[in-house]
Design a protein around this ligand. Structure first.
Ligand code: APR
Ligand code: PHB
Length: 396
């Protein structure tokens, strides 16, 4: 068993773990990332794709925005679809110049891995049997196996950035955390298609047969989703059936519909909201999906991860620079204020746009009234826009 040390041991090399390690490096703080999967797997896994203004600013200001600036697609509006018509929400006009950028999460991951390695960072892939120890004491440690060899990493702090199914959250003793949970009675069937976008902006479509989303990844690749059963068997969906359903739900009176193309990938994801409180115990700090997940409707998952690690990096900086614990002590409280507002927004977007089988005729009429309100009132659209481009990242 070999032993080594670092200041911050980071478990998980997704957007949260990588961005944290990058920001800490800029603050002169050492870290080691332990990731279960291979580098190739992390760089190719298709996940979210919309960056809030604040996340774009963070990537740029920390020096990893060059490719994002070249290849990211800046969106100044989104469209809400209803009754075969699209209504534009002018995000930038309603938020004093803010916008979102469409750039795949795996591209962010690629850029961050490259930068960490360029800066001499210690990023270890294919680590197994990762476990945390002595998190209540002054010197916590992480045990793991790599290339058949067992290691112990002694740290000052541990960052649990290992996603929703990771080992960090369950390592906190029983009775400390409270989980707040909601599962939705549907999922999303998502496809990636080799087809140029037929419209520059995303379309969130309400339809009697269920919600559909038109999104994109690049000038040649479209990303599309269909509301489906939570346990939908993707094998029952031939390419023809998928396109036919997408055309039925998305086609508009003005003739617009997505362009058909070769389906490169298809998968089904369930929809869930979850928050754990607090996001910290002893020397272990949870960030990103390890602490909370949102349904994808509001496009908040990756952005919440970025906001958490911004607060955590600043809190650790205050500890090492000023020998002050105060910011670390308020980490959970500061993150949770913003997390809950993003949870509210994600739940609201989900409720606004999906078909709910248990809705009464009253519920259906109320939902249509809400869609009418959001697409016709500037005040309502401004609230959507403010949340969609991202609420401010606060440190207090
Ligand atoms: N040991 C080491 N690494 C682990 C372990 C473990 N026991 N368990 C999980 N991991 C790794 C996963 O392989 C993954 O690379 O932790 C990483 C967690 O990354 P993400 O799931 O991407 O979570 P996060 O960085 O918080 O980013 C949140 O991901 O799921 C999306 O919609 C979500 O966009 C959001 C983003
Ligand atoms: C995506 O492009 O994957 C995407 C876009 C917007 C969402 C969710 C997912 O709300």
């Amino acid at each position: 068993m070999s032993k080594f040390n670092t200041q911050v041991g980071i478990i998980g090399g997704g957007p949260a773990g990588l961005m944290l390690s990058h920001l800490l490096h800029q603050h002169g703080i050492n870290s080691v990332i332990l990731e279960a999967r291979s580098r190739q797997y992390c760089e190719e896994r298709i996940r979210a794709g919309v960056l809030e203004q604040g996340a774009v600013d963070m990537l740029r200001q920390s020096g990893v925005g060059a490719r994002l600036d070249r290849e990211g697609l800046r969106h100044e509006g989104i469209e809400i679809g209803l009754n075969e018509r699209r209504y534009r929400i002018p995000l930038t006009e309603l938020t004093n110049g803010k916008a979102v950028t469409v750039y795949g999460q795996h591209e962010v991951v690629k850029d961050l891995i490259a930068q960490r390695l360029k800066d001499g960072g210690d990023v270890r892939f294919e680590c197994s049997d990762v476990s945390v120890h002595a998190i209540e004491g002054p010197k916590p440690a992480i045990n793991f196996t790599q290339n058949g060899e067992e290691h112990t990493l002694a740290c000052d702090y541990i960052a649990g950035c290992d996603g929703f199914h990771g080992i960090c959250r369950p390592s906190i003793p029983p009775g400390i955390l409270t989980g707040y949970d909601r599962t939705y009675p549907f999922g999303w069937l998502g496809i990636l298609a080799e087809a140029p976008p037929s419209l520059d902006e995303l379309v969130y479509m309400h339809h009697d047969r269920g919600f559909a989303l038109y999104s994109m990844r690049s000038p040649t690749v479209t990303r599309l989703y269909l509301q489906c059963k939570p346990d939908e068997d993707v094998n029952l969906w031939s390419d023809d059936r998928i396109w036919s359903e997408l055309f039925t739900r998305l086609r508009c009176k003005d003739g617009w519909c997505p362009t058909e193309g070769k389906i490169l990938q298809k998968s089904v994801t369930g929809m869930r909201s979850y928050v754990t409180e607090p996001m910290q115990f002893g020397k272990l700090f949870l960030a990103g999906d390890a602490a909370h997940i949102v349904p994808p409707t509001g496009a908040k998952g990756m952005n919440l991860a970025m906001a958490d690690v911004y607060v955590l990096a600043e809190s650790l900086r205050a500890f090492y620079r000023d020998n002050s614990n105060a910011k670390l002590q308020s980490y959970s409280r500061v993150c949770l204020r913003r997390v809950w507002k993003a949870q509210r927004f994600s739940w609201w977007m989900t409720s606004l746009l999906h078909r709910f089988d248990d809705h009464s005729p009253f519920d259906n009429r109320r939902q249509l009234a809400e869609l009418d309100y959001v697409t016709s009132s500037r005040a309502a659209a401004a609230s959507l826009a403010e949340n969609y481009v991202g609420l401010p990242m606060e440190l207090e």
